[in-house]
Design a protein around this ligand. Sequence first.
Ligand code: SF4
Length: 374
Amino acid sequence: MTRTNPQNEDEIVSEESVLLDQIAQKVDAAERLSAAEAEFLFQPGVDVHEVGRLADRARRRRLGNVAYYNVNAHLNPTNVCIYRCRLCAYSRDADDADAYVMPDEDVVARAREAAAAGATELHVVGGLHPDKGFDWYLGLVRLLHDACPEVHIKAFTAVEIARFAELARQPVGKVLEQLIEAGLGSLPGGGAEILDPHVRAEICPHKADGRAWLDVHRTAHRLGLRSNATMLYGHVETLEQRVDHLLQLRRLQDETGGFQAFVPLCFHPEGTRLAHLAKTSPVDDLRTVAVSRLFLDNFDHVKAYWITLGIGIAQTALAYGADDLDGTVRYEEIHHRAGSDSPEALSVAQLRRLIGEAGFQPVERDTLYRRVER
Ligand code: SF4
């Protein structure tokens, strides 16, 4: 991508439209965008609606007119965490008044309740408790799988898996094999934040680094597990660091093909030690969804996760390249603690209405994006 040195505002505008035209031609020819082109699309001056229209074209070419949702529930077994990341409003020290560890019977009851409500998936993530070994986390998966064998268990971020490997003094692959044997079905995409080490040093200095995050997913894919990838944006990162994050995900996907969905997560500063930062704007949220769709040309799915985006932006994001609203999401704690004001759960009827109103055909999927017929 070549840039001249524009002399005035008109020249800048016309240079932008030339670049947008070039990118549009590449999108229509299904050619891969460069990192420089993604950075250009992230610039606040570039027409976000035009970027959205391009993303919508790319998304319709891949998936047609359908948009997905699932019926799921979250389970956060403990909020006690050794890492206490600056970005986190959810974690507590073990002696804090509102620290908790769910007893086994509550874990089982929660899973049975979710299954009875029609959930096809349990999304299980939480803190890394200083007194709990790998066996406790492994036992949770076994407990859930034994209680509800028909429900897919999507559990533990790569940060948790990396810590289990440390605790068990075993390679990541061995840890994953035991979890699979206990009933693990796939990995969620959390803990990626921004992979750049300088950003991690500011927002989450103690947990697994970017390389370890990628290695866990690489190993999981090698073992046949599918996983998702997230990007927590809108805090201290630069646009270049955002694009570099996407680039690293795209490279790993070229290598393994094991990612199912990319989930952009806007940062909610409230309740964190980064509370002085401003929230992301709706335009930034929509632009991030759209650029992700355009740049991650080897990911089938981009989620508009309504819990973090809010229902209005998530619904709008379906026209900006997203194809999945995620699920009914009962019992989500992590983002609500950080000030997300979206409701506790949505019904299937609400999700279907949101998708239909946006002009798409709602399709219920399971965790592996197979259609669910009820
Ligand atoms: S973000 Fe995750 S790893 Fe960091 S403190 Fe919160 S729960 Fe722990």
